[in-house]
Design a protein around this ligand. Structure first.
Ligand code: HEC
Length: 136
């Protein structure tokens, strides 16, 4: 099993160019739509919508195993840092959902802002490199 993983990792590294959009892009578009829905929910005082969308963000889909291998092959030693931004998004989305449950405006806004920092931190550090590498 280990050998198979290593071999597929090497094969995938040898052919990094992506013919179509990555699964990650689809996941991102989805995260974006949920983020917009949260802003809308906060503005309308619709805490159920805030809760619902925050939960969907914290439980968001992940790319397939094959795509993950390609991403990890590209990130190498940066993988931990990359993942840490995903953890921030996950944890803050959970806290945001908890605040929404309590109809706590201040808490919801604070955790929403902290969640966005996770999105923006990863984009600032990796998005351009990522797009250059995978879509060149
Ligand atoms: C761990 C890193 C990481 C985190 C966290 C992250 N993103 Fe991204 N995001 C990326 C990368 C990499 C791309 C480029 C993907 C591509 O072009 O295929 C991207 C692209 C995007 C795009 C552009 C998609 C397009 O149509 O080209 C949007 C919108 C987006 N992210 C929204 C979000 C939102 C909202 C969050 C937080 C809730 C978030 N992202 C969190 C890494 C991250």
């Amino acid at each position: 099993m280990k050998k198979t993983i290593l071999l597929s990792a090497l094969l995938l590294l040898a052919a990094p160019a992506w013919a179509t959009d990555m699964e990650l892009k689809g996941i991102m578009k989805d995260l974006d739509a949920k983020t917009q829905a949260i802003v809308d929910g906060i503005n309308r005082g619709d805490f159920e919508a805030v809760w619902n969308n925050a939960k969907k963000i914290s439980d968001h889909e992940e790319p397939s195993f094959t795509e993950k291998v390609r991403i990890l092959g590209f990130l190498l030693t940066d993988a931990k840092d990359f993942k840490s931004f995903g953890d921030v998004v996950h944890d803050e989305a959970e806290r945001l959902a908890d605040a929404a449950k309590k109809r706590d405006y201040d808490g919801a806004i604070a955790h929403f802002a902290a969640m966005l920092k996770g999105c923006a931190g990863c984009h600032a550090g990796y998005r351009e490199k990522f797009v250059k590498y995978f879509y060149r």
